[in-house]
Write a protein that binds this ligand. Structure first.
Ligand code: AOF
Ligand code: ZN
Length: 388
């Protein structure tokens, strides 16, 4: 498609605006909008800031006022055509007298799609697919979830230059620099859920919060998810500390007593006078348990992800555990890989990724590097699986 040259800059700006919503709009998309008046001057700009808040188009229209009449609206996502928590943006654009609407990506949800068709039906010129790749990328978590019915998954790992994530004796802390670790916390904070395997919980007893220990988390806290097929999470695990909501996923055949063990705070532990009687223990705040069918040596991760999507999780940050990461990769459920590579060599020790269903070179999971950056002394690589 031939993209009119004058459409590039305003759409690029709309994509940039959309990015301002990262980490705060879930379960809604990030969307940006720029409105040019009939003389081609910027009359209004907006982005979607939080779920339930005004859509990007509405923010930009409010700023443009009368100047929207006869102008052009650039929107990264097709304007909605439904009345949800707010009214349809298609009608708001029509009411404002906008003459042309330029769209980045069509809305894949049957609920809200149809804005482009309605605008066209009312004589508005609609151009679609402008900077589609950028508009897609900025909103990739939400679009993946909307299309596949499961959250977008980022697998993050840190490794030495020779691809090891732990030394022979199991020690693994501080492979990468403080700068890289700060970057991880930033990425974690933008995700809806942080997922780790039971191996990591037993070995490291991590908090899985978006902030380094001791620092208060600002704003919302991502859901902590422990993939624990056999129900081995100790009731004393730090992920159950109530600092952030936690979900423990066990296999559907795990002993029934696990609910009481994990969902009730053992008050006899703090008051030795009280006999252990789980049924009368108070419920532990912010901890939940779900049962998921087994698959191979682990859980059916696709089922787990669908359960997470049903709970409003659009983006998952997967870390902690080469075994679990191997299962995610093997089940074709990783959408983005973020690798922090330290300029160090171990020569022996644990590989960053466990078995991912590959027996011979022809079966390797093929990715494409999208971004390479230096973070302190380390390198951060972002890669995505090649389309099948
Ligand atoms: C947004 N922000 O800027 C645009 C959206 O929950 P509602 O009623 O606000 O509607 C959300 C749907 O509207 C969303 O899933 C998407 O399909 C569409 N467009 N949503 O949150 C926006 N333009
Ligand atoms: Zn809308």
């Amino acid at each position: 498609m031939e993209i009119p040259a004058e459409d590039i800059a305003p759409m690029a700006r709309a994509v940039e605006l959309a990015g301002h919503g990262h980490g705060t709009t879930s379960p809604n998309p990030v969307v940006g909008c720029v409105i040019l008046d009939s003389a081609g001057q910027v009359a209004g700009e907006g982005f979607h800031a939080y779920a339930g808040g005004p859509h990007a188009e509405i923010v930009a229209l409010a700023q443009a006022g009368e100047r929207a009449k006869g102008g052009t609206a650039y929107v990264t996502l097709e304007p909605c055509d439904h009345t949800g928590r707010t009214g349809p943006c298609s009608l708001a654009l029509l009411d404002a007298g906008v003459a042309r609407v330029v769209v980045g990506v069509p809305d894949p949800t049957p609920k809200a799609a149809g804005g482009a068709a309605r605008l066209r039906a009312h004589g508005v010129e609609v151009t679609s697919g402008v900077l589609a790749e950028q508009a897609e990328r900025v909103n990739e978590e939400w679009l993946t979830c909307a299309r596949l019915g499961r959250p977008h998954v980022t697998w993050k790992f840190a490794a030495t230059l020779d691809g090891r994530s732990a030394a022979e004796d199991g020690t693994s802390q501080w492979i990468t620099s403080p700068e890289a670790r700060a970057d991880v916390h930033r990425l974690r904070a933008a995700a809806d859920a942080i997922v780790a395997g039971i191996g990591t919980v037993l070995a490291d007893d991590p908090l899985l919060t978006a902030r380094p220990a001791g620092q208060a988390a600002e704003g919302r806290a991502p859901l902590r998810v422990v993939v624990d097929p056999d129900g081995r999470t100790p009731p004393s695990a730090r992920v159950l500390d109530g600092q952030a909501p936690t979900l423990v996923a066990v296999a559907d055949d795990v002993r029934t007593g696990i609910e009481a063990d994990l969902l009730r705070a053992p008050h006899h532990a703090t008051d030795p006078q009280l006999a252990p009687d789980r049924e009368s223990d108070p419920p532990r705040g912010d901890v939940d348990l779900i049962r998921v069918p087994r698959r191979g040596a682990g859980l059916d991760l696709e089922v787990l992800l669908r359960e997470l999507a049903a709970r409003g999780v659009v983006s998952v940050f997967l870390e902690g555990g080469p075994t679990l990461a191997g299962s995610f990769v093997g089940q074709g459920l990783v959408d983005r890989v973020v690798a922090y590579v330290a300029p160090a060599l171990l020569g022996s020790g644990r590989a960053a990724l466990g078995g991912a269903g590959v027996r011979t070179i022809g079966e390797s999971h093929r990715l494409t590097f999208d971004e390479i950056s230096e973070i302190g002394p380390d390198i951060r690589l972002i890669a995505r699986p090649n389309p099948q």
